[in-house]
Design a protein around this ligand. Structure first.
Ligand SMILES: Cc1cc2nc3c(=O)[nH]c(=O)nc-3n(C[C@H](O)[C@H](O)[C@H](O)COP(=O)(O)OP(=O)(O)OC[C@H]3O[C@@H](n4cnc5c(N)ncnc54)[C@H](O)[C@@H]3O)c2cc1C
Length: 533
C-alpha cells in the first residue's frame, strides 16, 4: 500500500471528519504522495470512524446500521482504484476491489419483486411507462444547461403523471429522489447512470459488498491507516476555522470541542486542512423495540454549522442553508431488524422466488411511507449465525401516517414499524406471529438531513473541492461541487478526497475521470429500446 517515495518536508494534513471520503484521501496520501502516517491527522466528532458507513451489534442482541448501499462496477472509478490497493481482511492475497467484484459475480442480483402495490402484490414493471410527452420533457432536460436549472425541482420540470410511472418509482426507490429534489441533480443521475436504464427495474448488475459497508469498506482502509501510524482523534468536533487576514483562503487554526472542552490546533502555512462539508447522517437518532426514534432538527447540525461559520468569513464557500434549511423535506428514517429465526426470510423467498439477498430490494410504492425492504445474504454482519437473519428498511416518506399503524414513522417503536411491514405483505396471521416471536431487535433511526444533498440548488451553492484562492483548504463529501458526478454516492466522496489531496499538494496527477459510458453506441441503442418499451 505505501508508496516508495517519502516526502522530505513535515507538512501536516488535518482531516475534519472520518468518513470514507477522508479515510480514502488519507490512503491516497500514503500511496501516491509519499506521506507518512504520523503526518496525517483525522479528527472525528463521533467515537468511531466510518461516518455514514456504520454498522454495529452482534448475533445475540441484533445489528444496526443507518445506511445500506448499492455500488456500481462500471462507474465508481476512484473507489475501485483506491480499494485495489487495500488488502481484503477476509480473502488473503486479494484487494478489497477484487473481493467485492468476485463476490458480486458469484452472487448476482436479480429482483423478481422490485415493486409491490398496496396489498403487497408484485407489480409488473416491464415498461417504464413514460408517455411521449414525458419522454419529451426528459429529452428537454438532457438538452438543458445546468445554468438553466438553478433552484428548479423535479416537480417543476415534469407533469403530475410522471410521478406515477415505473420510471419515477425506479429513480425514487433506487436513489432516494423526492419530487421536490433538485432537477439539476436528477439530470446528472440520468446521464451518469444512463447505462443502468436497462436494469433499474430488476437491480441486475448492482455491485454489492460481501458484508455491510462498515465491514467491507471501512475496516480494511482503517487497518491500512492504523498500521501506517495515522493519528485518529475521536469525540472531537471542529467548530470553526481561523483564516489569515486579506484576500485568499489560508487556514491558520482549527477550533475544536471535545466532550465539552474547547481546544485549538494551530495550522502552519505549509499544513493542509481537508474538511467534510456537511454530513447526511448528522443528528441521527435511534429508537428501539419499544421506543420511537423521534425526530429532532431543532439545532443546525454540527457538520453544517462549521460550513456556515466559515462561509460567513470567506467568499466562495457556498450556501449551507440551501441544503440544511428544510428538515421536513430532507428527512427520512431507516430501520434495522434482527430475527432469531428464518421465518421472515423463508416467507420472502417463497413469495418473491428470490433467494435471500438475491432480490436485493422490494419497494412498496403505494405505501404511505414509501417503504423499501432489503434482506441481505447471510452472513452480512461479522459473527452472524445461520439462523440470525437481518431485515433493513428505509422509508422515503416517513412523516406520513402508516397504512396500518396510523402514525408517522418517527413516532413508531421498532415493534410498530415491523408491524407495518408485516401487514403490508400478504402473509397469513400465523406467519406474522412467528416473525413477531423471532424478533431479537428492531431499531428505527431518524435522519433529518439524509436527503439534504438532493435539495434544490443553484450554481455557486456548493464550493469547489479546492476553492479559488485557497492555499491550504480543501473540501470532501457530498456538498462540494464536482462537475458531472452525482451525490449520495460513495464515489463522490472518494473522488473529492483524491482531488483535494492532489490539488492541495500541487501534484500533476489526474483523478479517474467520469466515464463517458452514455456515448457508447451500444449503450445508447439498449437505452433507447428500454425508454420506448
Ligand atoms: C441510508 C443511506 C443509503 C445510502 N445508499 C448509498 C448507495 O446505495 N450507494 C452509494 O454509493 N452511497 C450510498 N449512500 C451514501 C454514502 O454512504 C455517502 O455518500 C458516504 O458515506 C459519504 O461519505 P463522507 O466521507 O463524505 O461523509 P460521511 O460518511 O457522512 O462522514 C462524515 C464524517 O465526518 C464527521 N464530521 C463532519 N463534520 C465534522 C466536524 N466539523 N468535526 C468533526 N467531525 C465531523 C461526521 O461525524 C462523520 O463521521 C447511502 C447513505 C445512507 C446513509
Amino acid at each position: 500500500m505505501l508508496g516508495n517515495q517519502k516526502r522530505q518536508d513535515d507538512t501536516q494534513f488535518y482531516f475534519v471528519g472520518g468518513g470514507i471520503g477522508n479515510l480514502t484521501a488519507a490512503a491516497y496520501l500514503l500511496r501516491d504522495c509519499g506521506f507518512e502516517g504520523k503526518n496525517i491527522h483525522i479528527i472525528e466528532a463521533l467515537p468511531v470512524a466510518g461516518g455514514s458507513n456504520d454498522a454495529a451489534g452482534n448475533a445475540e442482541h441484533g445489528y444496526v446500521q443507518r445506511g445500506e448501499r448499492m455500488l456500481n462496477w462500471q462507474t465508481y472509478e476512484n473507489l475501485w482504484d483506491i480499494y485495489s490497493s487495500i488488502p481484503s481482511l477476509n480473502k488473503p492475497g486479494m484487494s478489497v476491489t477484487d473481493e467485492i467484484h468476485s463476490f458480486s459475480v458469484e452472487n448476482p442480483c436479480y429482483a423478481r419483486a422490485r415493486f409491490l402495490d398496496e396489498t403487497g402484490e408484485i407489480m409488473p414493471c416491464d415498461s417504464y411507462g413514460l408517455s411521449p410527452a414525458e419522454l419529451k420533457q426528459l429529452i428537454a432536460l438532457w438538452k438543458a444547461e445546468e445554468s438553466d436549472l438553478d433552484d428548479v425541482t423535479i416537480a417543476d420540470w415534469f407533469d403530475e403523471d410522471f410521478f406515477k410511472t415505473i420510471f419515477w418509482h425506479s429513480y425514487r426507490a433506487t436513489f432516494a429522489f423526492q419530487p421536490w429534489s433538485s432537477v439539476m441533480e436528477f439530470r446528472r443521475y440520468t446521464l451518469r447512470f444512463f447505462h443502468l436504464i436497462i436494469r433499474l427495474t430488476n437491480c441486475r448488475g448492482v455491485t454489492l459488498t460481501p458484508y455491510n459497508q462498515y465491514g467491507s469498506l471501512i475496516l480494511p482502509v482503517m487497518k491500512v491507516l492504523e498500521d501506517a501510524g495515522v493519528d485518529f482523534v475521536y469525540d472531537t468536533a471542529v467548530t470553526d476555522m481561523d483564516f489569515a487576514d486579506g484576500d485568499g483562503i489560508t487556514v491558520t487554526g482549527l477550533h475544536t470541542l471535545c466532550r465539552g472542552k474547547e481546544g485549538y490546533i494551530a495550522i502552519r502555512k505549509q499544513d493542509k486542512v481537508v474538511a467534510t462539508l456537511g454530513c447526511m447522517t448528522d443528528s441521527a437518532k435511534f429508537g428501539s423495540l419499544d421506543t420511537p426514534a423521534g425526530f429532532d432538527a431543532s439545532a443546525y447540525p454540527m457538520s453544517a454549522q462549521l460550513w456556515k461559520n466559515i462561509a460567513g468569513k470567506k467568499e466562495g464557500l457556498g450556501n449551507p442553508d440551501k441544503f440544511f434549511g428544510k428538515p421536513e423535506e430532507s428527512a427520512w428514517e431507516t430501520f434495522s431488524c434482527t430475527f432469531h429465526g428464518t421465518t421472515f426470510m423463508d416467507w420472502m423467498e417463497k413469495y418473491t422466488h428470490n433467494k435471500t439477498g438475491e432480490g436485493l430490494s422490494s419497494t412498496f410504492v403505494e405505501s404511505p411511507w414509501y417503504m423499501e425492504i432489503r434482506d441481505p445474504k447471510v452472513p452480512f454482519c461479522k459473527g452472524q449465525t445461520d439462523d440470525t437473519t437481518f431485515l433493513w428498511m428505509c422509508a422515503f416518506n416517513s412523516g406520513a401516517k402508516g397504512g396500518f399503524v396510523q402514525k408517522s414513522e418517527y413516532d413508531c417503536t421498532g415493534r410498530e414499524i415491523l408491524e407495518e411491514i408485516l401487514c403490508s405483505l400478504p402473509m397469513d396471521e400465523e406467519t406474522r406471529q412467528k416473525c413477531r416471536d423471532e424478533v431479537a431487535s428492531a431499531i428505527p433511526c431518524s435522519m433529518p438531513w439524509i436527503d439534504a444533498q438532493f435539495q434544490p440548488r443553484a450554481l455557486g451553492d456548493r464550493p469547489a473541492v479546492v476553492p479559488e484562492g485557497s492555499t491550504n483548504l480543501g473540501f470532501t463529501g457530498q456538498f462540494c461541487e464536482i462537475p458531472e458526478d452525482v451525490v449520495f454516492t460513495e464515489e463522490y466522496s472518494v473522488r473529492s478526497g483524491r482531488m483535494a489531496v492532489y490539488q492541495l499538494l500541487g501534484m500533476k496527477k489526474d483523478v479517474a475521470p467520469v466515464k463517458p459510458i452514455r456515448f457508447d453506441v451500444r449503450v445508447i441503442a439498449a437505452a433507447a429500446a428500454a425508454y420506448l418499451k
